[in-house]
Structure formats: C-alpha cells, structure tokens
Design a protein around this ligand. Structure first.
Ligand SMILES: Nc1ncnc2c1ncn2[C@@H]1O[C@H](COP(=O)(O)OP(=O)(O)OP(=O)(O)O)[C@@H](O)[C@H]1O
Ligand SMILES: [Mg+2]
Length: 221
C-alpha cells in the first residue's frame, strides 16, 4: 500500500537524518518504529503523513506518487487517508469531546446519508473506547488517558487507511498505556487499519507485528 523508496532528509544544523531509507508497508500491517531520541522517527512519520517532504526519494501510496504533491494535494491526501495521534493529544480546549471528534468531518463534504452513517460509527467508536459518557465534557475536565482515547477516535473519524501514532503513550501511566495499545490493536483487527507507530516503549512496540529500528538514517529489523 505504501512504498517508501530511497528517501533522504537533512536539516541545516543537524545534517542527514534519513539516509536513503526504504520501507514497504502492506495494507493492514502493524509496524513499530523504535530508535534513539533524535534518530528521525518523527521526521519519518511527518513525511509519511505528508506534513513534510523528503529532499530526495519517492513515496507511493496505492501506486500514486505523493512526495511531489502540492500543499492542497497533500492536505487532501491527509484528510482522506491518514489519521494522526501524537504524544500530546492536542484537543481543542473550547470544543467538547464530541465536537473535537466531529471536527475532521468539516474538512470534506458528505451527503446526509453518509453523515448519519458517520454519526453511528462515531458513537460506536466512543462506546468501544469508553469515552461515550464524556462526550459533552470539555477537554480540561477529562484525564490524560481519556484525552488520548478521544484523540484516537478523532484520528479515526475520517476512516483513514493508515494510522500514524507518534509516541502515543508517552504521556500516559502504565495502565493507560497498556489500554491504549490494546485499543490500537482492536482498531487494526476491526477496521483493518494499518498502524505505524513510533515509540520508546518496548511493551507497546511488542504489540505490533513488525518492529523496525531507526538508526543512522536507516531502518533495520
Ligand atoms: N524542522 C526541523 N528543523 C531542524 N532540525 C530538525 C527539525 N525537525 C527535526 N530536526 C532534527 O532532526 C533530528 C531528528 O528529529 P526527530 O524529531 O525526527 O527525532 P525522533 O527520533 O522523533 O526523536 P524523539 O525520540 O526524541 O522523538 C533531530 O536532531 C532534530 O533536532
Ligand atoms: Mg519524535
């Protein structure tokens, strides 16, 4: 589904971060990317999510080259195909849980029928992740673990084919981290969503089918 072919990326002060890196991702796979701080995990995730571009190399998504997309094309690609979960949940403080979760729907137009299907899907997801009863609360009234589950549901609102999770359990205690890891797997099993996650936690990484190590700009098993 995703082919990353010989991509390199460097930053001025830092020099080469990704060095001719290659990765093939199959539909429905679960991949953990581990590696020291500063090794380029976030940089790689940003490039896969088309938030950033490689200096050289090519990225194909379902056979289409996305690495030379314009800003608008990149935004469409993200809205249609990618869900993001970050270490910090980034919920908008002046919107309720439910409003935060519905926000991604505004990025595209949907028929009335599709909107009611989405409504059912989101209610189901909120119940499955145990946040349904929080839907009318504002983010400052819910816990960190709950916020992270809200951001997971929000990442799934547009039914992405790839979920990119950058250190998603970094701000959670052990129990909440375990819980979020299991939810990620549930989403993979139930919706076939492909998961690529960057983490320092070997417990979380072990839940994924494949563990890759990023070091000196390259990925290895
Ligand atoms: N926009 C940027 N401008 C300049 N340097 C950057 C930029 N983004 C990342 N870097 C540098 O690139 C390197 C890789 O950063 P990156 O955030 O990808 O690492 P990481 O593996 O995600 O680290 P961590 O585990 O701490 O999250 C670092 O040395 C960082 O300082
Ligand atoms: Mg990072």
């Amino acid at each position: 589904m995703l082919s990353i072919i010989n991509i390199s990326k460097s930053f001025k002060q830092r020099g080469l971060v990704l060095d001719n890196l290659c990765l093939e991702v199959e539909n429905g796979e679960t991949i953990a990317i581990m590696g020291p701080s500063g090794s380029g995990k976030t940089t790689l995730m940003n490039i896969i999510g088309s938030l950033d571009k490689p200096d050289t190399g090519e990225i194909l998504f379902k056979g289409v080259t996305i690495s030379n997309f314009s800003e608008d094309e990149s935004a469409d690609y993200r809205n249609l195909n990618i869900g993001f979960v970050f270490q910090e949940h980034l919920l908008l403080p002046y919107l309720t849980v439910s409003e935060n979760i519905h926000l991604p729907l505004l990025a595209s137009t949907h028929s009335q029928d599709e909107l009611s299907l989405r409504e059912k899907y989101l209610n189901e997801l909120m119940k499955k992740t145990g946040i349904y009863d929080l839907k009318d609360k504002y983010p400052f009234r819910i816990s960190g673990g709950e916020s992270q589950r809200v951001s997971l549901v929000r990442a799934l609102t547009n039914k992405p084919s790839i979920l990119l999770a950058d250190e998603p359990t970094g701000s959670l205690d052990a129990k909440n981290a375990e819980n979020l890891g299991e939810l990620l797997l549930d989403m993979n099993r139930e919706f076939g969503i492909t998961i690529i996650l960057a983490t320092h936690s070997s417990d979380l990484a072990k839940k994924m089918l494949k563990i890759l190590h990023l070091e000196e700009g390259k990925l290895s098993v």
